[in-house]
Ligand binder design. Structure first.
Ligand code: HSE
Length: 334
């Protein structure tokens, strides 16, 4: 089966997806009889276009000079391409403005309005306009998936399908790798907040504007998506009580340590509240993870707690979550 996809955004995640599709094309063919053709790779100033499928190896070999390829069309916009190229799935992986969700929000809405299924690694559109996006997809009989937007490859959203016979009632999680890295480094090595933040930025996991991480907005956005998807809530980021970690000092961490406790930046769904704030946890808590990892403790009605943990950021990780979503859409559409 041929599936034509359009990738919007050739940054870290987009490039990792191109690499993954190139690497897995044979296996996808053998295992799922699936031939994923990338027919357009769209950037803010134009697009690479080939309706027979772009040569991914060639694009990768060009690196940042991909605009030199003969099939680069200046100023091509996604809306010009959807019908012309008969695209089945649009993959949205652009950098997003956290206040407006743009340009990802418009890309997603336009794709759905053009009868195209969507996979997104962007969280902004979903913590701002979750209901509108889900409604549009439903009304147009389309599928929108965004597993990579929360905890990347950790199946934070797909777990809903695995627990369909159960009921998730509460969530306690660590959803921001940057904050967890900073707190872990401060606790383990006694280094300052600013040094730990600098290290997190060097690791490439912090947002371009790191205040989104350290003031809790990134975790709050992901928490909204979790609450809506896993508990059926209809919240936006405005509904979250948010406190960051920028005021935590090495002294506070030492004080907690002397009581045998750890300070973690938790994201919590409890009763009817959404909270992101630093809290004390026990040393042997499953939430006591170190470094850039993410973790989620889901309280279920019929089976107690279920814990998911893993890498919540990174290009290859997000790309593999996107590929999961692509395969799942194809399976559902048969
Ligand atoms: N800045 C985010 C983090 C990246 O630190 O977790 C993944 O969304």
């Amino acid at each position: 089966m041929d599936i034509k996809i359009c990738l919007i955004g050739k940054g870290n995640v987009g490039t990792s997806l191109i690499e993954l599709l190139k690497e897995k094309s044979e296996i996808l063919n053998e295992k799922f009889n699936l031939n994923i053709k990338m027919v357009a790779i769209v950037e803010y100033d134009g697009a690479l276009i080939n309706e027979d499928g772009i040569n991914l190896e060639e694009v990768l070999s060009k690196g940042e000079r991909f605009r030199e390829l003969p099939y680069w069309k200046v100023d091509s916009k996604p809306t010009d391409l959807y019908k012309k190229l008969d695209i089945n799935i649009c993959v949205e992986a652009t950098p997003t403005n956290p206040n407006t969700g743009e340009p990802a929000l418009s890309h997603i809405m336009e794709a759905l309005n053009n009868g195209i299924n969507v996979v997104s690694s962007n969280k902004g559109p979903f913590y701002l306009k979750y209901q509108q996006i889900e409604d549009l997809a439903k009304n147009n009989n389309l599928i929108v998936k965004y597993e990579a937007s929360v905890a990347s490859v950790v199946p934070a959203l797909s777990i809903a399908d695995c627990l369909i016979g159960n009921q998730i009632t509460r969530i306690k999680a660590i959803l921001n790798g940057t904050c967890n890295y900073i707190l872990s480094r401060m606790a383990a090595e006694g280094i300052t907040f600013s040094k730990a933040l600098k290290e997190a930025q060097e690791l490439g996991i912090a947002e371009t504007d790191p205040t989104l991480d350290i003031e809790g907005f990134d975790a709050a956005g992901k928490l909204v998506i979790l609450a809506n998807k896993l508990l059926g809530w209809r919240k936006t980021i405005k509904d979250v009580k948010i406190k960051g970690i920028s005021k935590i000092t090495p002294q506070t961490i030492e004080l907690a340590k002397s009581d045998g406790l750890i300070i973690k930046h938790l994201a919590i769904v409890d009763e009817d509240e959404l909270i992101v704030e630093p809290r004390l946890i026990e040393r042997d808590s499953p939430l006591n993870i170190s470094g850039t990892l993410n973790v989620m403790e889901l309280q279920t009605k019929y089976a107690g707690p279920i814990v998911l943990m893993g890498r919540g950021a990174g290009g290859p990780e997000a790309a593999s979550a996107i590929l999961n979503d692509l395969i799942n859409i194809v399976k559902k559409r048969g």
